[in-house]
Design a binder for this molecule. Structure first.
Ligand code: ADP
Ligand code: ZN
Ligand code: MG
Length: 481
């Protein structure tokens, strides 16, 4: 019997507000511990929360990008549990009336359209951070940093529509690109501003019923998400194949050991004693506000990818690479427009530009070659002034010096000789000096033509445009006939 994995993701994305969700404290990452705190986010008695309007706007934008239904009224609830990093003893979250439900992310993969359903999108506050290591008494004590307490989070829950570890990681990358593109999240998994838990079960292929799932936590990179799911899928498959039953539980990915381990058997919702938050009124969102946010939403990566294919005639592969980030796509579109040669612009961006970015570990925003300057380089090639290999040399010099292509070509005499008038005498000379090859060509052999072109190239120090030389030789032999 063969088995199929069933995976649903729960994503927590920190919203890019300046201040926290229920107080005015800064959300800035990396501040000294417990400096961005106040009575509200420390949960001191009597302190009252006030909802950050900006956080709601960001959440609405994300819900729209995920094609959700946004509800006119949503309710904050208290999710009660005891943990030292949760100062109030409860987390303010949304429960049975979330901000938005029933969305989807649709994308093309291997020539097919796939859709991953979104069950819900809701707002909640983050907890503080427990620090178990790095202090002289860390063997006995845990320290807590409440700077993160009250930072606004968007929780996104997908339907169990993913069926392999690789698909889950790929989808998560696409979701991340959407959130980053609309400016609600910075996509930074290392700093924890984007986190993902994975729910996974396995079932016999062909079965519609869902198997018992486990929830895997501590997946703070794409690689860990994929590795943990691969591990968990094979662990569950082995249990079922040997006649056992998967236990419903929360498991922790241990990156050092390369396996998941039991954290706790899964709590039920009623363990949290959810009830409506009495200190916050229902969140009201009217149609006008939704319409305004929808209007301001930028083009989404998948939409842009399709447009690049249609508008510039690019292969889907190119369009996928170029729309990895909005900034990269902007760069490409600017270079395509000002060079008038989209395919060449795409080749240069995907090839040389991305290579430089990788080598110098930087981003497109910091590239020292403006799109218009790359376009000028492309025009020099298209005009026959530069060979492609000479252009790569020029490109490297542009990158390190910030100079324009024309200046480098002129200063270093890198230009290609494409002017027929300048080459004609040389061609005539080479023909006169090589009667043997010439008569072979006339007898119908193609090979010696390359030899003659080579002679002209040699005489110009490699600078003649071989295409023009080729034409001139043919022309001269035809005329002499
Ligand atoms: P819970 O009540 O345990 O939180 P939910 O129904 O709210 O479960 O779903 C939480 C997440 O788990 C969602 O992403 C959902 O797609 C996923 N999920 C639910 N059931 C399964 C299953 N049997 N196998 C894999 N994923 C599942
Ligand atoms: Zn505060
Ligand atoms: Mg749930």
């Amino acid at each position: 019997m063969s088995f199929e994995a069933v995976i649903g993701l729960e994503i927590h994305a920190q919203l890019l507000t300046e201040s926290k969700i229920f107080c005015g404290c800064s959300t800035k990452f990396g501040a000294p511990p417990n400096t961005n705190v106040c009575p509200v986010c420390l949960g001191l008695p009597g302190a009252l929360p006030v909802l950050n309007r900006r956080a709601v706007d960001f959440a609405i934008g994300a819900a729209l990008a995920l094609d959700c239904t946004i509800h006119g009224i949503s309710i904050f609830a208290r999710k009660n549990y005891f943990y030292p990093d949760l100062p109030k003893g409860y987390q303010i979250s949304q429960y049975d009336q979330p901000l938005a439900t029933d969305g989807r992310v649709a994308y093309d993969i291997d020539g097919r359209t796939r859709e991953v359903g979104i069950i819900r999108v809701h707002l909640e506050e983050d907890a503080g951070k427990s620090l178990h290591e790095g202090f002289p008494d860390s063997d006995r004590a845990t320290y807590i940093d409440y700077n993160r307490s009250g930072v606004p989070l968007l929780e996104i829950v997908t339907r169990p529509d993913l069926h392999s570890a690789a698909d889950a990681a790929d989808f998560f990358g696409r979701l991340r690109a959407v959130l980053v593109a609309i400016g609600v999240n910075d996509g930074n998994m290392e700093e924890g501003s984007l986190r993902c838990d994975a729910n996974v079960s396995v079932r016999p292929v062909g079965s519609q019923a869902l198997g018992t799932k486990t929830e895997v936590k501590n997946l703070n990179s794409f690689r860990f998400l994929q590795k943990a799911l691969e591990y968990e899928i094979s662990r569950q498959t082995q249990i079922i194949e040997s006649g056992g039953a998967v236990l419903q539980e929360t498991r922790l990915w241990d990156p050092a050991a390369g396996r998941t381990e039991t954290l706790r058997t899964k709590e039920e919702a009623h363990d949290y004693r959810y009830f409506p938050e009495p200190d916050l009124p229902p969140v009201q969102v009217d149609q006008a506000r939704i319409a305004l946010i929808r209007e301001r939403l930028p083009e989404l990566p998948e939409t842009r990818k399709r447009r690049l294919v249609a508008q510039y005639g690019l292969p889907a592969y190119d369009a996928g690479v170029l729309t990895q980030t909005a900034a990269l796509a902007n760069y490409f579109e600017a270079a395509a427009a000002s060079s008038g040669n989209p395919k060449a612009a795409s080749n240069w961006v995907m090839g040389e530009i991305l290579r430089k970015l990788r080598e110098s570990d930087t981003t497109i925003e910091r590239v020292p070659i403006a799109p218009a300057s790359l376009a000028r380089l492309i025009r020099l090639i298209d005009a026959g002034t530069l060979s492609v290999s000479a252009a790569k040399e020029v490109f490297d010099k542009m990158y390190s010096s910030g100079r324009e292509a024309e200046d480098i070509v002129a200063a270093e005499n890198l230009g290609q000789i494409s002017d027929a008038a300048a080459l004609r005498d040389l061609v005539r000379g080479v023909i006169e000096q090589n009667p043997g090859p010439v008569s072979q060509i006339r007898a119908g052999k193609a090979g010696p033509l390359g030899f003659l072109v080579g002679q002209v190239m040699k005489a110009t120090g490699g600078k003649a445009n071989p295409r023009v030389v080729n034409e001139l030789i043919r022309e001269a032999l035809d005329r002499a006939h």
